[in-house]
Design a protein. Sequence first.
Length: 237
Amino acid sequence: MSYLSPALAALPAAWREVLTAPALAAQLQAIDTRLAARAADGVAIYPPRELVFHALQHAAPQDVRVVILGQDPYHGAGEAMGLSFSVPAGVKIPPSLRNMYKELASDLGVAPAASGDLTHWAQQGVLLLNTSLTVEADNAGSHGKIGWQQVTDALIDAVNAHNPGCVFLLWGNWAQGKAERIDTGRHAVLKAAHPSPLSASRGFFGCRHFSQANQWLAARGRGEIAWGAPAAQGGLF
């Protein structure tokens, strides 16, 4: 590999084992070759190569407490950071994330954060995973068929197999299609509409998934997620 090698080398060992398993090696090599060729042609690819596996850097499969699935990274310059729904501090908060903040305020009384950076969630064991891990500039879904789904399905399977029990938040029909991969005997699966402005009013608002996730985790001794923004980050009000 060339394009993905630095990001892969920086991962926790448990995730590297999943991604370098023989069943995935050829698939990941094909993706790497495709990305390297596109980059050599001058095509901008997001997120930056060092952040492609950012979602995996904060918790090994067995330490994940909540999984939130997205589709593909944001395709605008400076937006994607390798965490689903998240944007770097200082970047305008995207509509879906703004709706997530609204639901969080309604559900738990947490003031909406002024920043769209969700790193503080990831650091607590929230796996913010897109199923396509790269995208070309200004071309949404452009890497949806280059093999990423096989890779990210394997990542979901690793959590399903090795985690003692976590909460999967499946928002929208696409994410809910992953439900069949999840052992509901050990994990909680909560389903709702996608937080996009196109669908949030049809079942996302009022789902109370943030409080339900915390209740489920606390009941099993896994602790609650502090969903609010760190004090240094501040809120919108």
